[in-house]
Design a protein around this ligand. Sequence first.
Ligand SMILES: [Zn+2]
Length: 284
Amino acid sequence: MGRGLCCLMVLLCCRDAGAWGRRAHEDVNRLTVEHLSPAAAAVFGPLKDALVAQAMEPDDRVRLNRAERHRHFLDLEALGLPPPDVTKPAPRPETATAVLQALAARSLDATVQRDVVSTGSLIGAVDETFHALVAALRARHTPDITRFAVDLLHYVADAHQPLHATLHYDGLFPAQNGVHRAFEEDLINRCPDSHPRMPTKRATALELPILAAAALLESHALASTVLAVDLGCPGVCRKVPAQRASGGTMACGSLQQLARTRLELAAARAVFLLERAVRQAAPP
Ligand SMILES: [Zn+2]
C-alpha cells in the first residue's frame, strides 16, 4: 500500500465525534446560563441543571446515529484552507464579514464537491439547531427547548476546539495520534488554568451562520499552535520532530491559556445566540 493511501486511511478511518471533554462542555453550559440577560434567563435559568447534565448528549448520540458524527467538526481544508503548518507562526484568522460569509455559504452549499461525512458539517449543524431552538421556543415545548439548547451549546463549543477545524484533527502524522484527546480532555482535567471563568467580555456579536465560520477560522489558525506545542516546539518548529513531546502528556503551559480563551469565547457566543433565539421567538 502506498504511503499516501496508508496515511489517508489513518486519517479517515474511525474518526470519533470528539469534543471537549465533559468538564469543558459542562463549564461552557453553566457559564452561558449564568450570564444571560433577564429575558433569556427567565427561559433558560430553570433549565440550567438539565443543560449542564446533558452537555455530552450530542456526543453520546453518535454511538446510536452515525449521521450525527460529522456535525461536530468541519475540516476547513475541504473548503480551500491550507493545512496547519507548524514551521510557521500561526496565521491571523480572517475576520472580514465577506470572507466569513463566503466560507459559511461554501460549507452549506450542497453543490460544492466534498464528502460531508468525512469532512464535516459543523456550520450547518449550528445553523439548523439555532432555527430548531427558535421554533421550540415559539411552541413553548420545554423538552425540545432543552434538547436544542443542549445541542446548540455543544456545537458552538466544538467550533472553538482548534482540532475540530482541520483534517489533521489527531496529528500531522501517525506518530502524533492521541494529540486530540490529550488536548481537549486530558489537559483540561489536569490543568486548572484551562477552566473558563466567565464569558469573554465584549465578544463581537456575529449572526449565524458567520458566527460559526468565524469560530472555525480562528480554531483552524490555532490548530498549528496546539500541534506544535504537542511536538515540544515553543509555538513554531524549526524542524518538525518525529515524536510527540513528554511521552504524549501535554505540559499545562501556554495551552491552558489557549483552551481557557477558546472556552470563554464559546460561552460568550452561546450567550449571544440564546438571547438572540429568545428575541427572535418573541411575538412581534
Ligand atoms: Zn462534540
